[in-house]
Design a binder for this molecule. Structure first.
Ligand code: PFF
Length: 467
């Protein structure tokens, strides 16, 4: 059944910052802006914020309370409570295992951009074909991903996460300031394209903030909901076991409800600001057509913004990509750490051995994903209508397919098997107040299972066949 984890977090701030370090990563700066842009800006933002306050709160509370009450990682937690439900812990493990394979690829892209700015290639990076030329190239993307992976594996191998955490306490606020500064600059942009149309940053801001309901159909809405929900899971690192493990490290005197709200606020704040920095900029330089770029969006739009700053843009580009690199690294370390610590627990082997084996397996898998842009290139139409390559397919399987399934099963387990009171008792230890107790119970018993079932059917394309 695994041993009880030691309580490492005595202060709530230590816990909040570490959880935020895992939560804030490329999900906020790369994934959120491209989804918001692709799904029409304001409408996506509105749906996402609604989900954070309802589903985000429910799922994060569930994960962290299960972790703290059982004192075990995800693999063992469910089985500790009810042996018949042990399978859920194992299913949960699949998600970080899948995400690991492509997170390092994106980490490699960020590393590449950091070096591009370090070597003063600001103008080249701003060219339209720069990103595509890079990822479709054979060797360079593999080299960058392997370097990124090696750094991640080294941190986990030597168990120096504490050092990284200390570092991220400085890097995170600095990253936030950078994003705010760039967002303000984005709003002042103005550009006249070849056809003589001038677009401004403030118009872009309107696209980002004001929901546009014209032409909205139920299917379209469900797809936006699915995208926003998948993003919520990914960004908050919920329904993938990681927050259960973090919960198991938290001391009883920490007020969970407050800490959970802070993690949500921090994570959502960074995502919102990243959107504010990127969406007006992409609108200015490429109009609404450019907004559907998908995963390449950030890598194509930001270099244009930095280029428009002139000489200063090189410095801003260096600082920005180096910081994003650290945000990506802290998240990737948390993913690999989950895989490694779980395997150490299962196989009773040393950290060093397990880190090496998992590090090598992850690197090989990431190389295969990387080759998805040339050797293994294909175009697959996902049930939501998007054209996908290997990386997008894996991202879809983990975030849009597996996570709703896990959230559904977890909600049924908590809502109907162990009952919401089980979670509430943990939230209320040492006389802490769980002010949203009734709301939580309704969410976990009714709303989460129903919505997750619908989204699961939607993500598999079954809903379209049934209706
Ligand atoms: N939440 C991280 C991000 O937004 O980039 C990604 C992530 C971290 C996913 C940890 C999975 C995980 F286990």
């Amino acid at each position: 059944m695994g041993t009880r984890n030691k309580s490492n977090f005595t202060s709530s701030i230590g816990f909040v910052l570490t959880a935020a370090g895992s939560a804030v990563g490329v999900g906020n700066i790369w994934r959120f802006p491209y989804l918001a842009a692709q799904d029409g800006g304001g409408l996506f933002l509105l749906v996402y914020l609604g989900l954070v306050l309802t589903f985000g709160f429910t799922l994060l509370t569930t994960d962290i309370a299960i972790g703290r009450r059982t004192g075990r990682n995800a693999w063992h937690a469910f089985g500790t409570i009810r042996p018949k439900w042990a399978f859920l812990g194992k299913l949960t493990f699949l998600v970080p295992a899948i995400i690991m394979t492509y997170y390092a690829v994106i980490g490699g892209w960020i590393l590449k951009y950091a070096t591009v700015y370090l070597t003063g290639q600001r103008a080249q990076a701003a060219q339209d074909s720069f990103f595509t030329d890079f990822i479709t190239d054979r060797v360079p993307p593999i080299v960058f991903l392997l370097i990124f992976m090696a750094i991640t594996a080294f941190v986990v191998y030597s168990g120096v996460e504490k050092g990284i955490e200390k570092f991220s306490k400085v890097v995170m606020p600095a990253l936030l300031l950078m994003i705010i500064g760039t967002a303000i600059y984005s709003l002042t942009l103005s550009h006249t394209d070849a056809s003589g149309v001038t677009r401004t940053g403030m118009q872009g801001l309107a696209v980002y903030l004001i929901p546009d309901f014209t032409g909205l159909t139920l299917t379209k809405f469900l797809n936006i909901l699915l995208d926003a929900m998948g993003q919520l899971f990914f960004s908050l690192s919920v329904s993938m076991g990681i927050m259960i493990t973090y919960g198991s490290y938290v001391k009883k005197e920490v007020n969970l409800e407050k800490s959970i709200a802070q993690v949500e606020f921090f994570d959502t704040g960074v995502a919102f600001l990243a959107g504010l920095m990127i969406i007006p900029a992409i609108f200015v330089f490429s109009g609404t057509d450019g907004m559907a770029a998908g995963p390449s969006l950030v890598f194509k739009s930001l270099p244009k913004v930095f280029h428009s700053m002139g000489q200063v843009g090189t410095l801003v580009g260096v600082i920005f990509f180096v910081m994003v690199l650290f945000a990506a690294l802290t998240s990737c370390v948390s993913i690999l750490e989950t895989l490694v610590s779980t395997c150490m627990n299962i196989f009773h082997t040393s950290r060093k051995k397990v880190s090496l084996v998992i590090g090598v397996i992850s690197a090989v898998a990431a190389v295969v994903v990387c080759l998805g842009y040339n050797v293994f290139y294909f175009e697959y139409t996902l049930p939501n209508g998007q054209t996908a390559q290997l990386l997008d397919v894996l991202d879809y399987i983990s975030n849009n397919f597996l996570m709703p399934l896990i959230a559904f099963l977890t909600a049924v387990f908590v809502g109907w098997v162990i009952k919401p009171e089980w979670i509430a008792e943990e939230m209320e230890v040492q006389n802490a107040k769980f002010s949203k107790k009734r709301f939580y119970a309704v969410m976990v018993r009714w709303v989460v299972p129903v919505v997750m079932a619908v989204l699961f059917l939607q993500s598999t394309g079954l809903l379209a066949k049934l209706t």
